[in-house]
Ligand binder design. Sequence first.
Ligand code: FRU
Length: 322
Amino acid sequence: MKIFQKYFLCAVGCVTLGLMSSCGDSNSETAKPDEKNQVKTWTIGMSQSNLGEPWRVQMNEDLQTNANKHKNLKIIFKNAQNDSLKQRSQMEEFINSKVDLIIISPKEAAPLTQVVAQAMKRNIPVIVLDRKILGKNYTCYISADNKLIGEAAGKWIKEHLPKGGKLIELKGLMTSTPGQDRHNGFVNGIKGHDFETIFEADMKWLEGNARKEMESALARFPKIDVVYSHNDPGAHGAYLAAKAVGREKEIMFVGIDGLPQEGQIYVKKGILSASFEYPNGSDVAIETALKILRGEKFDKNIILPSKYFTAKNIDKGGEYIK
Ligand code: FRU
C-alpha cells in the first residue's frame, strides 16, 4: 500500500510539473524534460505563411522529421495560406491554447510583429524562422543572410557577364524582408558594372506571377541578357515565358532557394545558370526550441550558411558563399 501511495504521489507530481510547464512557464527548471521517463510532452505551434511553394512544404516536412527524433515533442501546424490576417489569428489561437513554444515563418514583417509581442508577453517563447518581423521582440531568429545571398548572386552575374547587359529583376514580396534584402544585396553585388535594369516587378514569390511579368517584359524588350529572380519558382516562371517565344537560350536565368528537387534540378537541366541555396533552418529550429524549453543557453540570432549551385559545381554538391 505504502509503495502504491509513493508511486501515486510521484505520478501526480510529475503530471503537475507537466501541466505547470505547459502553461507558459517553459523556461523554468520545472519544465526540464525527462525523455527517458517520458514525463513531459512539449507542444510547439508552427505558424506557416503558406504551403503553395515547394520550399515551405519542405520546411514543414523537415521540422516534423527533426521533431520526430524527440519523443517528447509534438508540433501542431497551421497554414495561413498567404494571408497575414489569417496568420495573425492562427497565432492568437496558439497563444490562447497555451502551446509551450511557437515557431513562426511570417508572411510579412509589419502585420505579424504585434502578435509575436503578444505571445512573448504571455511567456510563450517565439522562434522566428526565415522572414523577419519588425524589431527584436522575439526569443530567437533563424535564417540565412538574404543580403549576402543577393550580393553573391549579383557578383556571380557580374563575373559571368563581364560586359554588363540588360537585366530584369523579379522581386519577392517587397513587404517581406527577404525580398528587400535580396534586392539591396544584389544592387551592391552588381555595383560598378554596366548593367541596366530594363524591367522590374514584384512577383510576390509566385511562379505564375513571374511568368506573366516576364511575358510583358519579353513583349517590350527585344534584348534581355539576364533575369535575376528572388526565388527559383520565379526564375522558372520567367524561363517558361521565354521558352514559349523561343528566346530562352539568349537569356541567363538566376534564382534562389536551391532545393534538391527544384533549383538544383533546374541547374542540372540547364534551365537556370545558378541557384543560390536558402536553407530552411528546420534542424536548427528544433534544436534551439529544445534548448529554450529546457532552459539552456541559446543564441538569439542564428545565421545559417548558404551554398550556390552551377553547372560547374553541382556534381560536387555546390560551394559555400563567402
Ligand atoms: C517560399 C519562399 C521561398 C523564398 C522564401 C523567402 O514562400 O518564397 O521561395 O526563398 O519564401 O521567405
